[in-house]
Design a binder for this molecule. Structure first.
Ligand code: PMP
Length: 395
């Protein structure tokens, strides 16, 4: 067992050596020339990573993913507005709660844990009640490992005239995203997931239609969350000018530029940039699933809805929720269940970001899970699982 445990929870994640080096600097001033240049570059790179175009506004706030959720809702929902939440788990419940606290009238189209929701179910819900001004989607709900099909859901929401807010906290930078082409209006995430940084940045990109909704709001957002307060700041940084409203996270933002640069520079020989990143996550996700299947494990998500960024895996008969602790003793940190109604029946393994460039770390993870299962009195053939992972990687 290696001395340093490998962090394979679904965020925070292991970061690349270049990102780690970028965070290990003396704190820069927010108006230094070097910082201004990195911030401006990071904002431009966000558009490319999100699949946004020049008319979309990137937003970078110090905070975690929940702050990005709060910011999105505070800028597009007025008290009394109807909002439909496509609810695939714990984080969909969270955005519904944020809408309710803003005074919006949230209603959910809800899936059983592990099930996805398709465009037909959303269409039925859109017609069942007052037309919503906003539809919220959780691209990958980290509590269930379910990925929804954002393009078809966004199209259904658009047919009904609603804005589309996508929580991509466990997806952006790993799962396919083409914000402009898909008609997504706010695409938000946090730095500590597939983007590949430590915790601390709430990231979002905003469409012109969402911006108009902000302009029409009757009740302005809290000052720190207000897009209209931040937009001139980001515009100045992109133009190479210093600016100040509230101190940006000056250590993390240069590292953000490095992390986004790594994504955009990806090259697997067959494809480049985000296409290479998405294909890599698809390949690595499939390899992890091959490993779980070879260990005799079942997944929580229904077939076809499995995220590539994490696996939510059912505990086999007779194995208790202490399995993650046993796996931890084998040098790999994985997560327990999170969805309140089934928390003790499954566990979760993240496989997003830098680790997807290191197949041997994914292999080490599958082996540690196999060893943990054996320690828990559920013997499995770890060698067979390793062969299955390698075969999937080679295939
Ligand atoms: N949404 C999703 C899908 C998440 O996975 C998370 C974090 N696990 C959040 C929102 C909240 O992000 P944070 O913990 O950074 O506030």
């Amino acid at each position: 067992m290696s001395a340093t445990p490998l962090l394979m929870v679904p965020g925070p994640i292991e970061v690349s050596p270049a990102v780690l080096a970028a965070t290990s600097i003396a704190p820069p001033s927010h108006v230094s020339a070097a910082f201004i240049e990195r911030f401006g570059s990071a904002l431009g790179r966000m558009r490319a990573v999100w699949g946004a175009d020049a008319a979309h506004q990137p937003m970078v706030l110090a905070g975690s993913g929940t702050l990005a959720m709060e910011q999105a809702i505070a800028n597009v929902v007025d008290p009394g507005d109807a909002v439909v939440v496509v609810n695939t788990g714990y984080f969909s419940d969270r955005i519904a709660e944020i809408v309710t606290r803003r005074g919006g009238r949230a209603r959910s189209v809800r899936a059983e844990p592990g099930a996805a929701i398709g465009a037909d179910a959303l269409r039925a819900e859109l017609q069942a009640g007052p037309p919503p001004s906003v539809v919220c989607l959780t691209h990958v709900d980290t509590s269930t490992g379910v990925r929804v099909d954002v393009p078809s859901l966004a199209a259904a929401a658009k047919e009904a005239g609603a804005l589309v807010v996508v929580d991509g906290v466990c997806a952006t930078g790993g799962e396919r995203l083409d914000m402009a082409a898909w008609g997504v209006d706010v695409a938000l995430t946090a730095s500590q997931k597939a983007i590949g940084l430590p915790v601390g940045l709430a990231l979002s990109v905003v469409s012109p239609a969402a911006w108009r909704a902000r302009e029409r709001l009757r009740m302005p957002p809290a000052l720190y969350l207000d897009w209209m307060v931040w937009q001139p700041i980001f515009e100045a940084y992109e133009a190479g000018r210093p600016s100040y409203f509230a101190t940006p996270a000056t250590t993390l933002i240069p590292a953000l530029d490095v992390a986004l640069g790594e994504l955009l520079d990806a090259d697997d020989g067959a494809s480049r940039g985000m296409e290479a990143v998405f294909t890599r996550h698809e390949r690595m996700g499939a390899a992890m699933r091959a490993g779980w299947a070879a260990l005799g494990l079942d997944l929580l998500p229904e077939a076809g809805a499995e995220a590539n960024t994490l696996s939510a895996i059912r505990l086999p008969e007779g194995v208790g929720p202490d399995l993650p602790a046993r796996i931890g003793k084998r040098g790999v940190i994985v997560a327990g269940g999170l969805h309140p109604s089934i928390r003790h029946t499954y566990f979760r393994v993240g496989h997003m970001g830098w680790v997807t460039t290191q197949p041997e770390l994914l292999l080490r993870t599958v082996e540690a899970v196999g060893a943990g299962l054996t320690d828990a009195g559920h013997p499995v053939d770890v060698g067979f699982a390793a062969i299955a992972v390698e075969a999937a990687l080679d295939g």
